[in-house]
Design a protein. Sequence first.
Length: 414
Amino acid sequence: MLLLCTQTRVLVSMPLALQVDPIRAAFSLSDTQFSLVQGYAQSIPFVLAAPLWGLAADRWSQRNLLAASMVIVGCASIGTALATDLWQLLAWRAVVGAGGAAIFPLAVTLITARFDAAMHGRALGVFYAGVGLSPGLGALAAGAMIEQAGTLPPEMLPAALRPWQVTFLLTGLLVLGSALLLLTVRDAPRRRASADAAPNTTPGLHPVTPPMGLPLIGAVFAALTLMSLLDDANLTWLATVYSRNHDFTPRQAGDVLGVIALVGGGAGPLVGGWLADRIFSRHGPAGRIWLCLLACAASTPLLLIYLQPDTGLLSVALTVSAFFLTASVTVGVVVLQQALPARRKGLGTGLFYSALTLVAAGGGTIVALLNDRIFEDPLALPRSVALVTVTLGLLATGCWLAALRLTSHKTAAT
């Protein structure tokens, strides 16, 4: 049920990533203006709504909340298809952000409440693997829908709609259908006490709730924020780099983005979550942070591949980079979840994702500003993406190193 929500939510945003230039032309937008439609138009409402969804998740039926959020997202996608000016486009994307803000607070709360803390890495790894697969599946599906939308005869359409508008209309209908399907699923009972509320007493194992002070939480949060900013900068413009600089069609660019997300984003959380639990049982919280540090450090230099023209090499390197990046993010979320009170995980997770989204959604805008204001050349986009993502990756690596030092000091003091 959670993965269904994630997949349909991602599908609603994919036409923006695959049809950048046609939508820019339809509304006479610059790269910077378009990045605001993709980024802050959705992220600011997300930031405001996520804590409210999280608070509701601690009190009411998660199934009903999920269905309600998907109805909101589906209607907003249909509204996007019918927008006639920039302000309408911004308004409907804001509604998408507010509705979609429910998914992560609900999902992470449900998962951490139903699994023992010693299994949080694997459980969240499975979920984040689905999250990692969602952009790939969404890109493949949206690319095919865009291609088919251009072949529909006018008499089959309610109005003279462009292919990108037809795609938004179809994705909205799919989301509404998924909301109805959710209501047929029996609502599962909730456990009132989280399995990580009590320490692990198994001989030879570390406590499942490690002592974490605010400086350590801050370092982990900073690392996750920087990596999310990196991910946004990369994903926002990846398909456009292929279409603008390498003459790929929207379908081809969607296929490439889909494969990168499916292979890298799908395998990274699974492997990272599995390793996180094994390392935690032997080395405690420091082991998980070591894993985050090494994965982030491995991901960063691969992003320099944007500077060379070989699309095959570019695709392979970005896939490997996505694998390490998503593994690091997954394990970092596990570390933070253990610091949240058992009965406030929904609200705490909502606040966490609000702050994360507020900052991270600017990644695409940073790249656009660099390209528009510094390089002043649309074809310089690969250089802009490489410069921004590598810088963010180095900063995130530094934050993981700081978190590791804080963990070592905290363990020694304990």
